[in-house]
Design a protein around this ligand. Structure first.
Ligand code: 16Z
Length: 452
């Protein structure tokens, strides 16, 4: 093991109450909102693909024209209560909001820049309104903060000379001041989601990333920080040069999940973040985005996939320029939330089911406190039957289809194929969306007649 000054803070996952709470949430609402929601991927009458929040870079928009958007950011239809209601509808237990994205615009009245909400027509403190509305509903709030800042004069992608080093030192000082400001203004925030840390300039300043994590944890005990913030003494990111995870959970899964399903992922805490369109985080009005919205059952499959490997799933919403949520995204939230309303006991507070192999037709999840195992069937075989392979020596005693109150364990048709292998006929089971069974199991006590 190398002796690192700015490496991982621990070798094992955090087991304190705040981390257990974050881990048990399993489902979060990501929100990307800023000036980019106004053009929404269209500039000078032309749709620009792959560019909602990236529009200023992709369309090479002059800085002064981008900054002028602040004058149109009227928040005419922004209502934090309605946003929070969308999170409730989704069944989200936490929300992560872009306080400042790569363009440098701040959703709070920062004292350290002029590019913020205070210099817009409404002057409203968007972050303050959101924290109040979400916490009133018992939903934890986390802050996304982009270290990358395209607007700030002292930002550097690389450090070529002393002048660059001096400028970037000023930038890191500015960013630290903004992070202290966020921690002081909104002390109830539960986590920080850092982004924009892939450039050489940041990787060469692992000490700063270590200092940021230390400062936040000093000011907000229990606060949860993602792995994207951290670089170690040698510029290694997420995982330090000794192979240990930095930050409190791995956050490299962006618009992808662990494929193939691999139990080793369950060794540490992690979170996958996902867009509803194929690839747009900010609202993009064009068919490039709007024709690629995920189906609610795709989202349910991803939620169960993450839970089965002990990870959280953060589904992104891109509100429109006027502050209204996009109706199509709200509809998806409602459908997923209705499914979670019936089947959430297989997700919330659940994780990796030790000893259960990946079944192919869906996922096994296990309640971390009761040990109850669930089968989430997201890819029903054409045969209408699933092969249920229990850990060796275990007996399937019965199974309960969630949401079918009164459906006693033993009624559902299943038969033993061999030893601890059973087949369940899904035939009669009906449910809105993927089926979930609570499994009642026991130890095999006597000889088992093997099927010929
Ligand atoms: C391909 O390079 C990317 C892709 C996504 C990102 C940003 C997105 O704007 C969004 O904030 C996502 C979470 N982040 C990684 C940055 C660089």
């Amino acid at each position: 093991m190398m002796d690192l000054k700015y490496g991982a803070s621990r070798e094992k996952p955090r087991e304190d109450a705040a981390m257990k709470r974050f881990r048990g949430h399993r489902v979060g609402q990501f929100i990307h909102w800023g000036l980019y929601a106004l053009p929404a991927g269209r500039w000078e009458g032309k749709d620009v693909e792959f560019a909602a929040e990236f529009l200023p870079r992709v369309a090479k928009i002059p800085q002064h024209r981008w900054e002028a958007l602040a004058n149109d950011f009227t928040l005419a239809d922004f209502d934090a209560e309605r946003w929070a209601d969308t999170a409730v509808a989704l069944g989200a237990r936490y929300m992560t909001i872009t306080t400042k994205h790569h363009d440098g615009f701040c959703l709070w009245p920062s004292a350290h820049t002029d590019f913020h909400m205070g210099n817009t027509p409404s002057g409203r403190d968007v972050l303050g309104e959101l924290v109040a509305a979400y916490e009133a509903r018992g939903i934890d709030v986390n802050f996304y903060y982009s270290v990358l800042d395209w607007r700030h004069p002292d930002w550097r992608f690389t450090l070529e000379n002393d002048a660059d080093n001096l400028a970037f030192a000023r930038y890191l000082d500015f960013a630290m001041k903004q992070l202290v400001e966020l921690a002081e203004r909104y002390p109830s925030v539960k986590g920080f989601w850092f982004d924009g840390t892939w450039d050489e300039s940041v990787k060469a300043n692992g000490w700063w990333t270590w200092e940021v994590e230390r400062m936040l944890k000093e000011r907000i005990p229990g606060v949860v920080v993602n792995s994207r913030l951290r670089a170690d003494d040698f510029g290694a990111r997420h995982v330090d040069s000794n192979g240990l995870l930095m930050g409190d959970y791995e956050s490299g899964y962006e618009r992808r999940l662990p494929e193939p399903w691999d139990r080793s992922v369950a060794a540490h805490d992690w979170e996958a973040c996902m867009t509803i369109p194929q690839a747009s985080w900010g609202y993009h009005q064009g068919p490039w985005a709007q024709s690629t919205l995920k189906h609610p059952w795709d989202v349910v499959d991803m939620i169960a996939h993450c839970t089965s490997l002990g990870g959280n799933f953060l589904l992104n919403f891109g509100p429109r320029g006027d502050g209204s949520m996009a109706p199509a995204e709200v509809e998806i939230a409602r459908t997923v939330g209705q499914w979670l309303g019936v089947n959430g006991e297989a997700i919330y507070g659940c994780g990796f089911a030790e000893g259960w192999e990946y079944p192919g037709w869906g996922y096994f999840t296990q309640d971390s406190s009761t040990g109850q195992v669930f089968a989430v069937v997201t890819r029903e075989p054409a045969s209408g039957r699933i092969r249920l392979e229990l850990p060796t020596g275990m007996e399937l005693v019965g199974l309960q289809l969630l949401g079918s109150a009164g459906h006693p364990f033993n009624e559902h048709p299943f038969k033993r194929l061999a030893g601890s292998v059973f087949e369940v006929d899904l035939g009669g089971a009906t449910s809105a969306g993927p089926l979930v069974f609570a499994l009642e199991t026991g130890a095999i006590t006597g000889p088992v007649a093997e099927k010929e």
